[in-house]
Design a protein. Structure first.
Length: 163
């Protein structure tokens, strides 16, 4: 599979995920956004194309990252991309530390200086911001967004789509 990636969401968080994707070795191609006033502009020197048309735009040869903070919208968009043949890779900052005994779901985004301990489980399409600690035996449900600087204790069970 190619190492090209498109970011879905051309807001400020889209720029952050675009940079993270480059740090993870992807070639950032461009951004999609439903706000058509952004079409034709650029972020990080890459074009904002416009709305993502699942039938026309999704390609199995390209990766996608969904940079939308609303957990329900992000998970729905990610599942629709996969359903239409797209791929959503993990984006894990090189300075994040993840136990070899932890489990990451599909399409997780893990930022710098995050530490995920032994037997922690991170649900599909979850985002873990910088400087987060997720202690051992903690479980995050699908589509969670853990904000910068949070520490989650051991053995905690966090439901789906929690911010």
């Amino acid at each position: 599979m190619d190492k090209q990636i498109f970011i879905v969401g051309a807001g400020t968080y889209g720029a952050a995920i675009g940079e993270l994707s480059e740090l993870c070795g992807y070639e950032l191609v461009g951004f999609y956004d439903n706000d058509l006033s952004k079409a034709g502009k650029s972020i990080l020197g890459k074009p904002v194309i416009g709305s993502l048309d699942f039938e026309k735009d999704i390609s199995a040869k390209v990766n996608y990252a969904v940079a939308i903070g609303n957990n329900v919208v992000r998970v729905s968009m990610a599942k629709e991309i996969i359903k239409n043949g797209g791929t959503i890779p993990w984006l894990i900052h090189p300075k994040a530390e993840i136990s070899k005994y932890a489990r990451l779901g599909s399409g997780c985004i893990i930022h710098a200086l995050t530490y995920i301990w032994t037997k922690a489980e991170i649900g599909d399409f979850s985002i873990i911001s910088p400087h987060v600690v997720i202690a051992h035996h903690t479980k995050l449900g699908e589509g969670c967004f853990i904000s910068t600087g949070c520490s989650i204790g051991a053995g905690i069970n966090i439901q789906e789509r929690v911010f």
